[in-house]
Design a protein around this ligand. Sequence first.
Ligand code: NAD
Length: 356
Amino acid sequence: MQLNLSDETPPAGYERLLFVEDKTSGLRAYICIHSTACGPAAGGCRMWNYASQSEARADVLRLAEGMTSKNAVAGLGLGGGKSVIIGNAASDKSEALFRAFGKAVNSLQGQYYTAEDVGISPDDMAMIAQMTPFAVGLDHGDHGSGDPSPFTAEGVFQCLKVGAAEVFSSGDLTGRKVLVQGLGHVGMSLAEKLHQAGAELIVSDINADAIAQAQARFGASVCAPEAVFETDMDIFAPCALGGVLTHETARRLTARLVCGAANNQLATPDVAETLRARNIHYLPDYVVNAGGIISVAGEIHQAGPEYRQARLAGVAERIQQILIASRETGKTTTCVADEMVASIIADARAQQAGAA
Ligand code: NAD
């Protein structure tokens, strides 16, 4: 291992940006700590075939900041951070690469906890964990939390019911037309919950097997990926990619409620205004999809199942508060959520300053 760790100057508002290189294994990665105001930073590790180092840098900065918001609003006692490994998840993985990455995470001495994100499996995380205790989301061991997706789906489902109660004056989903975009780890689990709750499911995916499964198991009707914004629905649950809501798609969307797991659903923050102008209630993604990091936080804090259950219930309560505040103030739900985050972080900083 020839590990080289170089601190880069992060943008204003960020605490640390580390570029990691190991010539022996070919590892090239960024680790970013956005904020430790609320506690040690936590956020997944993504492996992606970035076109350039600067693209990876931009991604890690954006993702780390998002984790600060997500962890703060979920009340996890954790700050925000993220890491990205530059490489092809299908062909560039090796034990040496993950061990080198684990050593880099360990060098931060618990200021950053890593877990799975896109391109990283529990097996990869186990290799990272050979070099550091600050790797979580493990499939084994006394406190391993395993796959976070069922927790994410449960959180989304609870929020969706709260949103339905606000928009349709009833959280009863019987007969509600819900379009689930993306039937992956989270989307399929959410679809199952919606089916059990009596919703009329419409599903969309580029994976024919997933579609066939949803048709067979839930009697779902199918919508072609390009027809989502032409389809009649009550609720839209984006569980595939980020950036699906642009000004243009927001103008065509037939739903009155948006609640899904995908990160960064709004292509730009001001799409929230377009949605509100059309009286479409948007439930901020980083609040709604916190179930996964809640599961991981349970592992970090070595807490029992009651910790996860309480925090998951808290996610739906937060959404309720956000909807009420948005209704009363006329602000968008994203604006209310962002203000909530700012206030939680300011309180945490004041406490840190008081304790120092
Ligand atoms: P996944 O990779 O298991 O599933 C994604 C699904 O979307 C796949 O079935 C894929 O075929 C489908 N898809 C891709 N492009 C599509 C398109 N154009 N139209 C329709 N379907 C398309 O991912 P996941 O773990 O289920 O996560 C889903 C989303 O939720 C991601 O944005 C992820 O970042 C976010 N998220 C996941 C978790 C978690 O616990 N897994 C937590 C927070 C946020």
